[in-house]
Design a protein around this ligand. Structure first.
Ligand code: NI
Length: 188
């Protein structure tokens, strides 16, 4: 396993359209395990293969990014100290994903992206979708999704078309976001 470099805007490779996976082999397994390691290290809740420079239709998602090996965190509520159990990891792999039947109803979520670090903005997307995808063995799956999972999958699927979440913003808001990122980079 290896932690890979995450491409950031304005890297032109992020605008590439990714191609379908045809071979479900060891190379694909290695890519997926490296993507998980990279995403957990970042840390983030989703990553598309193109974000590590591989133009294949492969996504990894885990909405529970907490480190399961971490010690329980002590925190105080109402003066009582108690322990929060760390959440369990729930890694999910989506190969050649498709979206079917997006709902008319839209939901607003504040999104961020490992390729646009430190920038967050509200994006509206269909609240519910039906998703179809393949797993590492090439088996097909179909499932209805809503909430954060629906939003995250749509965000990651955009990467496969070369689209970033800031591309959903108005031109003015996008320029402001990119300028802010430039400033943050200068400070860093
Ligand atoms: Ni992203």
């Amino acid at each position: 396993m290896a932690i890979l470099e995450i491409l950031e805007v304005p890297d032109p490779r992020l605008k590439q359209v990714s191609v379908p996976v045809e071979k479900f082999d060891d190379e694909l397994r290695t890519l997926v395990s490296d993507m998980f390691e990279t995403m957990y290290d970042a840390p983030g809740i989703g990553l598309a293969a193109i974000q590590v420079g591989v133009p294949l239709r492969v996504l990894v998602i885990d909405l529970q990014p907490d480190d399961p090996d971490a010690e329980p965190v002590a925190c105080a509520h109402d003066g009582h100290a108690h322990h929060h159990q760390p959440t369990k990891r729930e890694p999910q792999v989506f190969i050649n994903p498709e979206i079917l039947d997006p709902s008319e109803e839209q939901t607003l979520y504040q999104e961020g992206c490992l390729s646009v670090p430190e920038i967050y903005a509200d994006v509206e997307r269909p609240s519910r979708i039906r998703a179809r995808w393949q797993d590492l063995d090439g088996n097909h799956h179909e499932q209805d999704m809503d909430g954060l999972m629906a939003t995250c999958l749509q965000h990651e699927m955009d990467h496969l078309e070369g689209i970033l979440f800031i591309d959903h913003l108005s031109r003015l808001k996008r320029q402001m976001a990119l300028r802010k990122l430039e400033k943050l980079r200068k400070v860093a």
